[in-house]
Design a binder for this molecule. Structure first.
Ligand code: NAD
Ligand code: ZN
Ligand code: ZN
Length: 341
């Protein structure tokens, strides 16, 4: 199919406002770049945080197309790109890392030293909630031939971020008790990854009974609407996918000596970290960020083997703005995935 000159995109045009559907030019790939037709795009709660930022908080130029959780098909490649990428389905690693800095060389592309506050597409660069998206290099793609685009998209962020957080703390998780706070897009996949790749006792906390029911289906052993209700013994690792003052405090309260409080959610919470204060002896506090490419490859393999399956609600591109409203209201099962009209 010929590539059109313009396309529709979901753009944030002003801070502290809702995005808009707008007509924008289709970008064409320069040297090293690839153009993807977007087959599926997940809606992440981080987009809601971005929308609600006051001006000057983030170094992003508006208007900016949102969308950082994408699966698509390569339709055009720039000079120097291996032509065998054409027509292949891939999931996009959304951290536009440099590939050469100290962090990238060690396989920590999510900590690239050259991100400049703008992480990648939909988070500072033109995003994937559009009909086409430009990707800066083939190393941003993980090929996923034969897989289903709608199931792939949530792997790019929801599953990758959850997997990375779990991998970092695997030593404390094995043989222990883990509390997952917030079983939405990221959390429901964290439960599956814990169930499939660890022997932990899995406790899940969410304010929504429907999220708890889904978590039990995915393998949670114990569930509750508050940490205090769900937990009756010291906890080795708290994975907080909410990150509010209240969830951090509740997580700290149940931590065993040597336990780890892992803040993934961007709910704006903060806590005091000090010896002899609110945390037990030997505490660890960590805020992992997204994940490196090797972890994206790992979650694609887990999905290929059927070990993890994102719960998805598929919506049409034209309904994206309404879908964001439902995400804000918590009226979602698993992840909303947008597909072309
Ligand atoms: P989501 O809206 O799909 O899920 C959030 C879940 O938390 C919902 O099920 C909701 O009912 C539950 N919840 C809300 N308040 C709660 C509370 N006080 N106690 C218990 N449960 C509560 O969101 P998501 O897309 O899964 O994202 C989760 C968080 O992770 C967001 O803050 C997002 O910005 C952040 N995030 C961080 C990274 C990272 O790299 N650190 C990456 C992606 C997303
Ligand atoms: Zn995200
Ligand atoms: Zn780098």
């Amino acid at each position: 199919m010929p590539i059109p000159s313009s396309m529709r995109a979901v753009q944030l045009t002003a801070w502290q406002s809702e995005p808009e559907l707008r007509e924008v030019p289709v970008p064409r790939p320069g040297p090293g770049e690839l153009l993807l037709r977007v087959d599926a795009a997940g809606l992440c709660h981080s987009d809601l945080h971005v929308m609600s930022c006051p001006p000057g908080t983030l170094p992003y130029d508006l208007p900016m197309t949102l969308g950082h959780e994408i699966a698509g098909t390569v339709v055009e490649v720039g000079d120097g790109v291996d032509g065998s990428w054409l027509d292949r389905l891939a999931v996009v690693h959304g951290v536009w890392s440099c590939g050469t800095c100290h962090s990238c060389r060690r396989g920590h592309e999510n900590h690239c030293l050259h991100l400049d506050g703008r992480v990648g597409f939909g988070l500072g660069r033109p995003g994937g909630l559009a009909e086409y998206v430009l990707v800066p290099a083939a190393r941003q793609l993980v090929a996923a031939d034969g897989m289903v685009a709608t199931e792939l998209a949530p792997l790019a962020d929801a599953a990758l971020t959850a997997y990375h957080a779990i991998r970092l703390h695997r030593e404390a998780i094995e043989g222990g008790t883990v509390v997952v706070i917030g079983a939405g897009g990221l959390g429901h996949l964290a439960v599956q990854i814990l169930k499939q790749t660890t022997d932990a006792h899995i406790v899940v906390v969410d304010t929504r009974p429907a999220a708890l029911e889904a978590a039990r289906e995915h393998g949670a052993h114990t569930t509750g609407t508050t940490v205090a209700e769900a937990v009756d013994a010291p906890v080795d690792v708290v994975l907080d996918f909410v990150g509010a003052d209240s969830t951090l405090a509740a997580g700290a309260e149940v931590l065993a000596p040597g336990g780890r409080l892992v803040m993934v959610g961007g709910g704006g919470g903060s806590m005091t970290v000090a010896k002899g204060r609110d945390l037990p002896l030997g505490w660890h506090v960590n805020a992992p960020f997204w994940g490196p490419r090797q972890d994206l490859e790992a979650v694609v393999e887990l999905a290929r083997g059927g070990q993890i399956v994102a719960d998805i609600e598929v919506v049409r591109f034209s309904d994206t703005l309404d879908a964001y409203r439902r995400l804000r209201e918590g009226d979602v099962r698993g992840r909303i995935v947008v597909v072309p009209d």
